[in-house]
Write a protein that binds this ligand. Structure first.
Ligand SMILES: *Cc1c(COP(=O)(O)O)cnc(C)c1O
Length: 455
């Protein structure tokens, strides 16, 4: 018996006719989408509900907490209590990819090592930690324990921990957000519950439990873990639920990255302007991380920056929502795609509606890649540059290749008048996680990649 499924009142066939990319997505083929609704950054910024003032406010808050971080997370002391990752040029990897693709890659290839962010070893150390700090600050002010000009080292005290122990924090996660929220909340003294989806790795659950975090496990995927967590938290006025799908706070925590990136590029004497464009490739799950970072980058670099989102073929929810214009109203599962991927950080079937809508005038495009390609690039990066990332974090690495390989992206480059500028471009791949993956697990990833490369 053949039954045609329908989504929002239209059959799969009708969707495919209206949006040919839906057929590609359904067939699990690697594909890409260019955003024809991207606006000039000036216009996009003028119409956006969030502003540079919001990002600067978030940055200030993180600076206020720096003395506390120096005290309680010694690994941040060398950076004055600021949680930041380095950028690094990866010319050997560029050679490897060029040899494999038998084509030159444009410009210079750089890696942003959020994989090595202190405290939780992933991009979630930006948004996740920031939201907990903001929550803690608000509670402390409300209780009269904190005043303007105070040194935030006092958050590391019995008084503060006792105050926060009356409050709880909840979050739904595929793993890394839970790790960030769990570690930070527990350190401040909150009671914290992390609702983990089926993709979450065992070592992440074990690590959280060892820090006194309550971990609830779900058989189903990320959306269910979030919904259940949200429901439980709603009943409790002393519980703050970190809503990965809708949180502006998380988003702004991520956006601060752009201010720091600007300084890092200047230090490396890398120019970013119309003649020297910056291309950024960001692995995307629900969208908050890449969305926040890309938003910040567009605020800082304007039309000189071009941001692409990268997703697994089995979980390309942002591309589906953007290409159809339906955002969070459609999920990959609606179209018969299973949302099963080794890239656990990206195993999300339905994108954030808030991020999709906000990013529409800013984003350059989206693309998808297979798990096998992520594994292969993981091994290639390890061999060529001695950098070890988790599979999710390799998603961005395919972008610089696609810029000239994929017809939709070639067209984007032409439309933007960038053809002659690619040679002078900076290609920045955002490596979103990996430094905390246990050695044995990393070895399995690596050998899987080697095996695929030898086929
Ligand atoms: C969470 C995560 C992402 C994507 O962030 P979203 O906010 O879910 O889009 C990318 N890479 C890794 C390793 C992650 O953990």
């Amino acid at each position: 018996m053949v039954t045609e499924n329908t989504v929002l009142g239209k059959t799969w066939g009708e969707w495919e006719e209206a949006f040919p990319i839906v057929a590609e997505i359904r067939a699990l083929r690697e594909t890409g989408w260019q955003n024809r609704e991207k606006r000039s950054s000036k216009e996009a910024i003028a119409n956006c509900e969030l502003t540079m003032a919001d990002v600067l406010d978030a940055n200030k808050r993180l600076e206020r907490f720096a003395p506390y971080f120096e005290a309680v997370f010694p690994e941040t002391a060398s950076m004055g209590g600021i949680i930041e990752s380095p950028i690094r040029e990866i010319p050997q990897m560029k050679n490897v990819l060029e040899a494999q693709e038998q084509r030159g890659l444009p410009g210079k290839l750089w890696l942003k090592l959020d994989s090595h962010l202190p405290i939780s070893g992933s991009i979630k150390a930006r948004g996740g930690i920031y939201e907990i700090l903001k929550t803690a600050e608000e509670i402390a002010i409300r209780h009269g324990l904190l005043h303007e000009g105070d040194n935030y080292r006092m958050f590391d005290s019995q008084t503060f921990r006792e105050l926060f122990s009356q409050y709880s924090v909840g979050v739904g996660s595929t793993g890394n957000l839970g790790l960030s929220i769990g570690i930070m909340s527990a350190k401040l003294g909150f009671q914290v519950t992390v609702h983990m989806s089926a993709d979450a790795r065992q070592w992440k659950k074990d690590m959280l439990r060892s820090k006194g975090v309550t971990v609830m496990e779900y058989e189903s995927d990320y959306s269910v873990a979030v919904t259940e967590g949200r429901k439980l938290a709603e009943k409790d006025p002393y519980c703050h639920f970190v809503d990965d799908e809708n949180s502006q706070t998380l988003f702004l925590g991520y956006a601060v990255a752009a201010l720091r990136l600007k300084k890092q590029l200047e230090e490396q004497k890398i120019r970013v302007d119309r003649e020297h464009p910056l291309f950024v490739y960001l692995p995307c799950g629900v969208g908050g991380g890449p969305g926040g970072v890309a938003f910040g980058i567009k605020l800082v670099f304007g039309d000189a920056a071009h941001c692409f989102f990268a997703e697994p073929t089995h979980s390309c929810c942002m591309m589906l929502g953007m290409a159809t214009g339906e955002n969070h109203r459609v999920s990959v599962q609606d179209f018969g795609v299973d949302n099963i991927t080794v890239a656990d950080g990206l195993a999300v079937g339905r994108a954030s509606g808030f991020v999709g809508q906000l990013m529409r005038p800013f984003m350059s495009g989206c693309y998808s890649l297979t798990d096998e390609r992520m594994y292969r690039m993981l091994a290639q990066l390890a061999d060529s540059e001695n950098i070890y990332l988790e599979p999710s974090a390799l998603a961005g690495m395919y972008g610089p290749i696609l810029l000239e390989k994929l017809p939709a992206f070639r067209e984007y480059v032409e439309r933007e008048g960038l053809t002659d500028r690619l040679a002078e471009s900076t290609q920045l791949v955002w490596a979103t996680g990996g430094s905390m993956v246990p050695k044995e697990e990393m070895e399995r990833y690596y050998w899987k990649g080697k095996e695929l490369l030898s086929e």
